[in-house]
Design a protein around this ligand. Sequence first.
Ligand code: MN
Ligand code: MN
Length: 471
Amino acid sequence: MEKSQTQILKEKLFRPKKNGWENLKENKKKDIFNYAKEYIDFINEAKTERECVKKIKEILDKRGFKNIENTTNLKAGDKVYYINRYKNVYAAVIGSNDLSNGFNIIGAHIDSPRLDLKPNPLYESEELALFKTHYYGGIKKYQWVNIPLSMHGVIMKKNNEKIEINIGEKEGEPIFTIADLLPHLSSQQEKKKLNDAIVGEDLNILVGSIPFATDEDKTDKVNLNILNLLNQKYGIVERDFVSSEIEFVPAMKASSLGFDESLVAGYGQDDRVCAYTSLTALLEVENPSRTAICLLADKEEVGSMGNTGMSSSVFEYFLNELLNKTIGNKPGLLDKCLKSSRILSADVTAGYNPNFPNIYEKNNESYIGHGISVIKYTGSASKGGASDANAEFVGYIRNLFEKNNIAYQNSEMGKIGIGGGGTIAYILADRGADVIDCGVPVISMHSPYEITSKFDIYNAYKAYEIFYKDE
Ligand code: MN
Ligand code: MN
C-alpha cells in the first residue's frame, strides 16, 4: 500500500521515539549480549575505585599501553596511561595530528556511593560488635539496611605495610549487614519521613557476636575477640583503622535481569557502565588523527574535589606530559589544547521508572533501551551548576551519531524543580573545552541494585568509539 501524504510528511518532520531492540538483527543482538557479559564480569570484580584501577591496569597492560612515567618520547600510535594514587586513571592513544589542535577526551568516574568506615569504627552493644560507618555519596539510607554487604579496601599499618581487604564476595565467605527494625516494633519508625526513618548514625554494620574466652575483664569481650581475629589474619590493631580506607558495598552479584535478559542489575553502574564502555572503546582506537584520551576520575559522587577527583591538576600533569613527550611543551600550550578539545562527560542519567510516572516530563526523559542519552545541561531548577553545552557542539555530536547509526536520545532529568544532579562536565568546560554529558540511562540510580539496558550499554560503547576516532 502506498504511503499517504500525511504519513510521508510525518516521517519527514517528526522525531519518533524508537525502542532499540525493535527490528534488531540477530547477530547484532548476539554482539550486545556478549559485550554485556564481559561488562557484568567487570563490575562483579571491580566494586571500588581501587579495584577498578587494578582491573583497568591489567586490561591496559595486556593491550600494549605503557606507563607514561616509563617513557621518554612518544609518537603517533603510542599508547600510554598514568595511575594517580591507585584511585584514578588517564589513558591515551597518541594521534597523528599536531596535539595543539586538541584532544578527543571521554571522562567517566569510577567511584560509587557506598558506606565508608569512620576512623574509630568498632564498638560493642549488648555483646554485639558493630562498625560505625560514614556514607559516601548521595544514598537513600533506608535502601542500605538488611542487604548483604562486603568489605573492601586497604589498611596502612604502622610499619607502612599495606593490607588489602576483600571479604564477602567469594562463595563461602561471610557477609555483613545493617539490621533494620522488625515491623512488629516499627509503628514509631513508620510514622517518620522516609528520609528520617534511617539516619546516618543508624548505618551500623553487624560484625560479630562471640565473646573472647576469658573470665577476667567483663567488658568489650566481643570487640576483643573481633580484634584478635583481625590481628591473627592481618596483623592489625585497632589504631590501624585510622590509616585505612574501608568501603562496604552491596555483596550481591550483578546479573542479567528479566525473562528476556535484556537488562543488567548490579551495584556501581553509576558510573562504571560509562567507565567500562569508554575504556573498552579506547582499546579499539589504533593510530587516530586526534589524540584520544580516556579519563576515569574518583570522587565524583562527593563533588569531584581532592587529588584524585576531576578538579585535581593531576589531569593537567598527564596532558602536559603528553605534550612534553611529543611536540614539546611551552607556556600556554595546554590552554590552547584544552580550548580546542572535544569532551564527552560520560556519566549516567535517570532512566524513566514506570513505578513513579508523575516524576517525569515524558517528552524529555531518557528511556531504557532507546540508546545513549545526550544531555545538554544538568543542574537543578534554574539550570544552576550546569555548564550547558553550546548548540554548535551539540550539532557536531548529533551529526556524528546520526552519520554512524548510533541510537541516541536527548533528555533532562525529571520535571523542573523535582531535583537535579551534576557531573564532571562543568569542571572540564571551565578549562575551555567543548563538553557535553553523554551516558547510559539507569533506573534506581545510587541504589544497591541499579538497572541498565544492554542495548544502551552497547550503544554507548559504539558511540564512544566513533567519538575517539573522529578527525
Ligand atoms: Mn555518575
Ligand atoms: Mn552518581
